[in-house]
Design a protein around this ligand. Structure first.
Ligand SMILES: C[S@@+](CC[C@H](N)C(=O)[O-])C[C@H]1O[C@@H](n2cnc3c(N)ncnc32)[C@H](O)[C@@H]1O
Length: 359
């Protein structure tokens, strides 16, 4: 039993079954035993690998997108460049390295990072110090500065706690975590029905839907900030462009799926992001565009950039580059599973993304 499991069991014994979002919150962010409070979980020696860790191509193309949109916004100076959940700081480093091609952009930006993990904060500071950048860290989006800002979040929203709801003949009942017949942690359904927590299609009884108030809050805060102070941004994550149904809670440990209730605090826990829901929130105050990661990166020049990067390197390095292209943009790799949502305070061109319309 993990140390966190004892704490969770004690909480359930005292107060009854807990919601899925409470469980995710404890597993990911408990101040001592939370998954992200411990050492670096990324890379081949960790639990999972993200797009920026696959290749610099990813961050370079994101950097080119940000520079282009910043120019369309009239080159606001000063401007904050904010990354949510920056991992090892690799994406921000690749963005800032390519952005040096436009000295006015790098001169205008100050780098702000929203990060809860102490271990990753140190890692980010170290990565960016090599470029002469000293980032300012924040615990959450509530403490960010006023003024124009560019936003970036890769695999951040999926890590925010989400609730699950089961459709019953009485309405929507929260899926909760309590004890099973052997006293092990087990899923159950709260008997009290509530109204649907979000816009939901007609579905049969027994269907599970997910809703993350934490994601809503972050999206709302960003959209209001952008509308009030000017700016734009990109959210990249796995999920769907149309609101769907089903249980997407997943746990990953050492690059393998595991039972989400098996080792609380020792596996990464995520849910798929409902991009249509985020787009509905953002579009109340921003211009919004969406697309799949594969077509987005290809539209930004993934193949051309990969070709230039591979021009003067060994055959082995060329092979590494083509494998990275396939992983980032291939249909059976990240290309279709990962989605991109761009937003801006004004109707600028969100290159590579199609204008979002609610259906
Ligand atoms: C899956 S990693 C993605 C890392 C990075 N964006 C990348 O692409 O490599 C999730 C990141 O979000 C951070 N994180 C998770 N929950 C957070 C929260 N509630 N507030 C701030 N950061 C959080 C983690 O510490 C980590 O840096």
């Amino acid at each position: 039993m993990t140390p966190l499991q004892s704490l969770i069991q004690a909480e359930i014994e005292t107060s009854g079954p807990i919601t899925v979002s409470r469980y995710m919150q404890l597993c990911l962010a408990h101040p001592v035993h939370g998954y992200y409070m411990k050492a670096d979980p990324l890379g081949s020696a960790g639990d999972f690998t993200t797009a920026p860790e696959i290749s610099q191509l990813f961050g370079e193309l994101i950097g080119a997108w940000l520079v282009d949109v910043w120019r369309q916004l009239g080159q606001p100076d000063p401007c904050t460049l904010i990354e949510l959940g920056p991992g090892r700081g690799t994406l921000m480093a690749d963005i800032m390295r390519i952005a040096r091609l436009d000295g006015a952009f790098t001169a205008a930006m100050s780098v702000h990072l929203v990060e809860t993990s102490p271990a990753l904060r140190s890692r980010q500071t170290m990565t960016l110090s090599k470029l002469g950048i000293a980032p300012t860290h924040h615990d959450d989006v509530g403490s960010l500065l006023n003024g124009p800002a560019l936003w970036i979040a890769n695999e951040f929203f999926d890590a925010l706690p989400a609730n699950q709801w089961v459709h019953t003949d009485k309405g929507w009942n929260a899926r909760k975590i309590g004890f099973g017949t052997q006293n092990q942690l087990a899923f159950g359904v709260d008997p009290t029905p509530l109204p649907a927590p979000k816009q939901t299609p007609e579905v049969p009884y027994g269907t599970i839907i997910e809703h993350s108030p934490a994601q809503d809050n972050v999206m709302q805060t960003i959209a209001e900030h952008v509308a009030r102070h000017d700016g734009a941004g990109l959210i990249i994550d796995y999920g769907a462009l149309k609101s769907g149904v089903g249980d997407t809670l997943q746990a990953v440990k050492s690059h393998k799926p595991t039972d989400p209730l098996d080792s609380p605090g020792e596996a990464d826990l995520t849910t798929h992001v409902d991009f249509a829901h985020l787009a509905r929130i953002a579009s109340q105050s921003c211009t919004v565009g969406v697309g799949e990661q594969g077509s987005f990166l290809l539209a930004l020049g993934l193949l051309e950039r990969a070709g230039r990067l591979g021009a003067d390197v060994s055959e082995q390095d060329q092979q590494t580059i083509s494998l990275a292209v396939e992983r980032l943009a291939g249909d059976t790799a990240m290309g279709k599973l990962f989605k991109v949502m761009g937003f801006a305070s004004r109707p600028v061109s969100l290159h590579g993304l199609a204008s979002w319309h609610d259906h």
